[in-house]
Write a new protein. Structure first.
Length: 382
């Protein structure tokens, strides 16, 4: 009787002190029909014929001790041919016998990436990560030689686990569907909240939540994102606006002030034209200055209101409603500042701002006209 054995893996993963090494081994007994078939397929030089022989063996002898070795060789050939469905199919059969065969699970993940299938990428990223973490958590063997193999296995498992996170991140970045991006991003955060890729993906996830209409999650993502990147202008203006609507004074004013302080000197991001960036800055600055100015006016902080609103006016002039409200509060602030001292400059500014407000159809138009008449009467202005 002639027997020989070939390892199916370059790396044997020791899962625990009592666990066996990888089950993917080739053991050939040429005196049996199965052994003769194995010898035949290992000797076959033609790749196509070799694959056909392996497929026949796997189908006819699924319980044979070398069946997983054959399936592993088949998976490798399917991988080379980009036959993603068969990569996954053969991998599932191997993993049914050895769920912690990390290279096989990794090959399935790569196949899922090749198919660009969100559900499959999530499935295999999770499965591969779970297997990798079991290896990392396994006990170190007492035997020195086994300990070296264990260390290599753990190092490989750690690298593979990190790759599963990258896989989810990369798929999310490549997706143009906000719902798919959210699905992948949430899977990544669930798998490892501390992954470096969670933070890297957060700005895109923030936009995806907005596109999907999930404002609550967008705001939550902005809050979290601003802890790591406190000057992110997109997140700052979004969070400030949402908290302004919710009348959360502490939150929105903190974000609005930070935007006013940091945005003016911020250079255009790479790939963004200077003109487009300046337009973007104008809109964000105007809105932040408007919020701060109107709030100060409502709190009767007239000097503060005047400062913010004068800065806001040229930035909000293209928005009729914001411009009207800005002018109305500017007029009010200047009247309140000028009236006690009979400051004609302030009074004239109040008249000017009221006149500009009265020229714009808005909810403030009628009151602005009444204010003009009252100021002229009080100061005997024709």
């Amino acid at each position: 009787m002639r027997r020989f054995a070939l390892a199916g893996l370059a790396l044997l993963l020791v899962l625990a002190p009592s666990a066996e090494a990888s089950k993917r081994k080739l053991s050939v007994n040429t005196e049996t029909p199965e052994g003769a078939k194995l010898k035949h397929l290992t000797d076959e030089a033609d790749a196509a014929k070799k694959l056909a022989l392996m497929e026949a063996f796997a189908k006819e002898h699924p319980a044979h001790e070398s069946a997983t070795w054959v399936l592993g060789e088949m998976q490798a050939l399917y991988t080379k041919a980009n036959d993603f469905d068969k990569v996954i199919g053969s991998g599932e059969k191997i993993l049914a016998s050895d769920p912690d065969d990390i290279p096989v699970s990794y090959a399935c993940l790569k196949a899922a990436e090749g198919k660009k299938d969100v559900a499959l990428i999530k499935k295999w990223a999770a499965a591969t990560s779970v297997a990798a973490r079991r290896v990392v958590a396994s006990a170190k063997p007492a035997d020195e030689d086994e300990a070296e193999v264990w260390k290599s296995a753990v190092d490989y498992a750690k690298q593979t686990d990190t790759y599963t996170e990258y896989s989810l991140y990369a798929a999310a970045l490549q997706s143009t569907d906000p719902k798919a991006r959210i699905e992948l991003g949430e899977a990544l955060e669930q798998q490892n909240p501390k992954s470096q890729y969670v933070g890297m993906l957060r700005p895109q996830l923030f936009i995806a939540y907005q596109q999907a209409g999930n404002q609550a999650k967008a705001l939550q993502t902005a809050d979290t994102g601003l802890e790591a990147d406190p000057n992110n202008d997109d997140m700052l203006i979004f969070a400030a606006s949402k908290y302004y609507e919710a009348k959360n004074r502490d939150k929105w004013s903190t974000y609005a002030k930070r935007l006013v302080e940091t945005l003016p000197a911020k250079p255009a991001p790479q790939g963004v034209a200077e003109a487009d960036w300046n337009k973007n800055k104008t809109i964000k600055l105007g809105l932040a200055q408007w919020m701060l100015g109107v709030a100060a006016s409502n709190e009767q902080k007239w000097s503060e209101a005047d400062g913010y609103l004068r800065a806001a006016l040229p930035n909000v002039v293209s928005n009729q409603n914001l411009a009207a409200e800005t002018l109305f509060h500017l007029a009010l602030a200047n009247y309140r500042l000028g009236d006690p001292k009979k400051d004609k400059v302030r009074i004239n500014d109040a008249l000017r701002f009221n006149s500009q407000c009265a020229a714009i159809p808005s909810p403030f138009q009628a009151q602005a006209r009444k204010n003009i008449a009252a100021i002229k009467s009080a100061y005997r202005i024709p």
